[in-house]
Write a protein that binds this ligand. Sequence first.
Ligand SMILES: Cc1ncc(COP(=O)(O)O)c(C=O)c1O
Length: 373
Amino acid sequence: MRIPLIRPFLPAGTQELVAQVLASGFFVEGPLTAELEALTAAWIGVPHAIAVDSATTGLEMAVRCLGIGAGDEVIVPDYTFPATALAILCAGATPVLVDVDPDDMNISMNALERAITPATRAVMPVSTFGNPLRYDELLPLAQSRGLYVIEDAACSFGAAYRGERVGRQADITIFSLHPRKSITTARGGMVVTANAEWAQWLRAYKCFGKGAQQTRASTTFTQEGRNAMLPDVLAAIGLPQMKMFDGLLARRRELARRYKQALLGRPGIRLPATPAEGAHAYQTFCVFIEERDRVMAILREQGIEAQIGTYALHRHSIFSHNANVRIEGGMAASKQVFDHALALPLYHEITEAEQDEVMEKLCEAIGTGDPHS
Ligand SMILES: Cc1ncc(COP(=O)(O)O)c(C=O)c1O
């Protein structure tokens, strides 16, 4: 595509750092991954960040870490990437799919509250596309019902709420480092928490359940685990981005502001809502369009990689035909959002001329004329 949906940004120095790791012969998890963890924890303002091999793995680890498994329910939004609910299934627990808010695309608080049963142990809300959750409503509700909050913040690195960066609100928060995210290591994830005990469990789990180690001979294996580490050769890809993340985020927000300024109030285009106290990270910039598929096809024919937002899970057989999944309600908003959300190109190096062209072609396709007129 001439104007792709996303293009990963590799700051100067990335290739040299990767080359250094390759030359060292030490490819596995080591000092660079530890540095990425430390920088992430410091940037968010949390005591513990544990790098893992993907957000999907991190989500499953969070469920297991909290002792949630067979017979337990975890409530998730229907409108999300399948990994959210799959992580719960893989941990042996029951995902309970509930509807989302039609304006901000995040989990509906009413639907969440209605779906709670005595078997509910946690809620796994998704800060969709980088749009922060309404924590003022979510956290008191979860607390009053004794539920853990595991935030799937795969897309939300950089988002904030009431001035606090996402990663500080939930019990455990998981970010993705997939190439479509605002910061990438090609594949990878980051699990953050304020709880030292959970952090220790997560750290051991990702490394075969290994306990504290002085020397190789004194290694002990103390808990269940697997190999979910993030190798240094991948951390090297992400470190230079992490070091300039403020700049990356500011650029994303500026691009989103340009989109909003030009598209707000255009006939045929509706913009999603962000909570008044929230700061969006804009991993994805979405608009709602009535004839989404027709408009998306026209843009793609012209080399502009517009894309659907994400999925309505209840429409997929792994969830709809699964005795270990509960689907709560008719999912009216999730269906609506799935049918009408259109993601527009947004990445660090997109030029303003390219962005203007996206907006012009979008308005032309909808039939609302020039967005700058
Ligand atoms: C909401 C959400 N959760 C989880 C994931 C999975 O992330 P990863 O590819 O790092 O496993 C994604 C990936 O796009 C996502 O959008």
